[in-house]
Design a protein around this ligand. Structure first.
Ligand SMILES: [Zn+2]
Length: 271
C-alpha cells in the first residue's frame, strides 16, 4: 500500500512534468474507484493550467486555474508519466493529457483510490479539513502529541495512526518509529511521558525522511513506462520481520495482529 513517502516521491516525480502545462483532455476508462470519478470532471478540468502539484497527508493535490484535483492512491494506485502513444493496460483507468506527447497515467488494480475535484479552498474539503498537522511540517511536535494524548486509553500505535492527531503516518512507519523511540506499541497513549513523546516525534520524522530519501533513489521506477509501477523497497527494522533477530538486541521480533493490521516490536528494547 502506498504510504506517505511513496506519495511524496510520486509528487516530486510528477511535479516538474506537470507544472505550467495545460490540461488537454482527461480520459476516464473506469470511473468506479473508491468513490465514482465525477462525470463532469473531464469537462471541468479541460483547458485548465496546472499551477502546482503538492501533497497533504496521503492526498496528491494538482492545483489548476479551474480548481484542484484531489488524488488518493488507495491500496494499489500509482501514477506515471508516459508517452501518449502507449496503449493502456487493463488497470490503467485514467489518463490526464497535458500535451508535449505525454500523459499522466493512473493505474489501480484494486480500485480503492480516488480522483475528486474541488473548486473551493481545498484545505476546507471534507476529506482534508479535519486532518492533523503534517508530520514533516513545522507545527508537528512531541509536546503537541503529549498534550493531546492526556487521558487517552487507546494504544500509542493507534494514536499516532489517527489522521486527526498527525496526518499520514501509516502502519509501516508507526511500527518503525515506535521501535526507534523504544516505545511499546501497545502502551496506552495517555501513559507516555513528555520526554518520550519528544523522542517519538523525532523518530516519526526520521523514518519518513529516510524512506523519502530512499524513494528518491528509485524515482525512475515511478516514471518508467515499461517498468512495473511497484512501490520502493525500504530497509525496515521491525515491520514484516516477525521472529527475525532484533537489530539492536537480537531477541526475536514479535508480531501481534488486530484486524488486518500487524504490530511488530521487540519486547526487550521497547517498553
Ligand atoms: Zn531488541
Amino acid at each position: 500500500m502506498p504510504e506517505l513517502p511513496e506519495v511524496e516521491t510520486t509528487c516530486r516525480g510528477i511535479e516538474p512534468h506537470l507544472s505550467g502545462t495545460r490540461v488537454q483532455a482527461l480520459t476516464v476508462r473506469q470511473k468506479q474507484l473508491r468513490w465514482p470519478v465525477p462525470d463532469e470532471l473531464a469537462t471541468q478540468i479541460a483547458g485548465a493550467q496546472i499551477r502546482r502539484v503538492h501533497r497533504r497527508a496521503k492526498y496528491l493535490l494538482i492545483e489548476t486555474s479551474h480548481g484542484t484535483l484531489i488524488i488518493h492512491l488507495g491500496m494499489s494506485g500509482s501514477l506515471r508519466i508516459v508517452d501518449d502513444t502507449l496503449a493502456p493496460g487493463k488497470h490503467d483507468h485514467i489518463d490526464l493529457h497535458f500535451g508535449q506527447g505525454k500523459l499522466l497515467r493512473y493505474t489501480d488494480p484494486r480500485r480503492f483510490g480516488a480522483w475528486l475535484w474541488c473548486e473551493e479552498a481545498v484545505d476546507q474539503h471534507p476529506l482534508l479539513a479535519s486532518l492533523g498537522p503534517e508530520p514533516l511540517g513545522d507545527d508537528f511536535s512531541g509536546d503537541d502529541l503529549f498534550t493531546q494524548s492526556r487521558g487517552r486509553k487507546l494504544t500509542i500505535k493507534s494514536f499516532i495512526m489517527d489522521s486527526h492527531i498527525v496526518a499520514g503516518v501509516g502502519n509501516i512507519y508507526a511500527n518503525e518509529a515506535l521501535f526507534m523511540a523504544g516505545i511499546l506499541p501497545l502502551r496506552a497513549a495517555g501513559r507516555i511521558s513528555r520526554m518520550r513523546y519528544a523522542r517519538l516525534a523525532d523518530a516519526i520524522q526520521t523514518v519518513l525522511k529516510e524512506a523519502i530519501r530512499q524513494g528518491g533513489t528509485t524515482l525512475r521506477d515511478f516514471l518508467n513506462s515499461d517498468g512495473k509501477p511497484g512501490y520502493f523497497q525500504q530497509s525496515l527494522n521491525v515491520y514484516g520481520k516477525a521472529n527475525d533477530p532484533c537489530p539492536r538486541c537480537h531477541a526475536p521480533i514479535r508480531e501481534t495482529r488486530s484486524g488486518q493490521r500487524s504490530t511488530f516490536y521487540c519486547s526487550r528494547c521497547q517498553r
